[in-house]
Design a protein around this ligand. Structure first.
Ligand code: PPS
Length: 301
């Protein structure tokens, strides 16, 4: 039986509606796995990479795996990124759950999550784990997320761009409101060991941002290794790297012919999608939702 047939038999229904957990909409299969998620045990030396979807998670994951392995690029090709850095809440019929992948990993583990602070299992706070939060401006995330909805059929149908943008502004997309997500983690960083970074800063000067990460992790690997990590994690290098570009995921789950996972990797692509009217409405709504926070994003470089 092919993998595709098996997944269909095991109940993989494409385009399922989102399901709510504590008021946050999630991919249906992830929500149905919630009990197991709540029982998850973090370890004190776990490193969490947390993001709202499409903020550059994979980029940071590759960087972190390299840092953990002293910049050894051959070792970073040992497995696909979603095995090296398991996705905590992932649960798709026919595939191993994030929690199962994590149980097999020796410490120290790097763990990916898209959960908002309210949904993150308490065990991470109890263990005072180090966390890196990577944020990306709301407009580019909307565009990237729309294309991801189109190609990854575990999401509901996105509808038209106009319809998707409205759902995104309303927080009616998987993992909920971008606004609440970035603000929640921004507040939380005041009390916990959270390094809060921005996609746009990484685009502007990846070396500088990777240095911040190394300092946070108390890892000094030297100039040559640092340069090598910058090179290995450039958009082009990662797009060509089958261990980083998600092309090893079955077509049924991610169809790169609709839109590649490694799509453009730039800041400011939103200008090719937002109409003038959409941009005005978005900005007005953004000002309301982000009022009172010191959090500032750049929407172009
Ligand atoms: S996911 O599915 O939420 O984990 O996706 P995530 O990895 O967070 O985000 C995918 C977007 O990040 C871009 N990307 C990169 N940009 C610059 N440099 C590198 N190395 C890189 N790797 C991934 C990827 O292209 C997606 O953005 P868009 O705008 O769609 O191109």
């Amino acid at each position: 039986m092919s993998r595709q047939q098996r997944m269909e038999e095991e109940g993989l229904i494409l385009r399922p509606e989102l399901k709510y957990i504590h008021g946050v909409p999630l991919i249906k299969f992830f929500a149905e796995n919630w009990e197991r998620m709540e029982g998850f045990q973090a370890r004190p030396d776990d490193l969490l990479i947390s993001t709202y979807p499409k903020a550059g998670t994979t980029w940071m994951s590759e960087i972190l795996d390299l840092i953990f392995n002293n910049g050894d690029t051959e070792r970073s090709k040992r497995d696909a990124i979603y095995i090296r850095v398991p996705f905590l809440e992932s649960a798709v019929p026919g595939r191993r759950k994030g929690t199962e992948e994590l149980a097999d990993l020796p410490s120290p583990r790097i763990i990916k999550t898209h959960l908002s602070i309210e949904l993150l299992p308490q065990t991470f706070w109890d263990n005072n784990c180090k966390m890196i939060y990577l944020a990306r401006n709301a407009k580019d995330v909307a565009v990237s997320y729309y294309h991801f909805y189109l190609m990854a059929k575990v999401h509901p149908e996105p509808g038209t761009w106009e319809e998707f943008l409205q759902k995104y502004m309303d927080g009616e997309v998987s993992f909920g409101s971008w606004y609440d997500h970035v603000k929640g983690w921004w507040e939380k960083r005041k009390k916990y060991r959270i390094l809060y970074l921005f996609f746009e800063d990484m685009k502007e000067d990846p070396k500088r941002e990777i240095q911040k990460v190394m300092k946070f992790l108390e890892k000094d690997l030297g100039e040559e290794v640092l340069e090598n990590i910058v090179h290995h994690t450039s958009f082009q290098a990662m797009k060509e790297n089958t261990m980083a570009n998600y092309t090893t995921i079955p077509l049924l789950l991610m169809d790169h012919s609709i839109s590649p996972f490694m799509r453009k990797g730039i800041a400011g692509d939103w200008k090719n999608y937002f109409t003038v009217a959409q941009n005005e409405a978005f900005d007005a709504d953004y000002t309301r939702k982000m009022a009172g926070t010191g959090l500032r994003f750049r929407t172009e470089l």
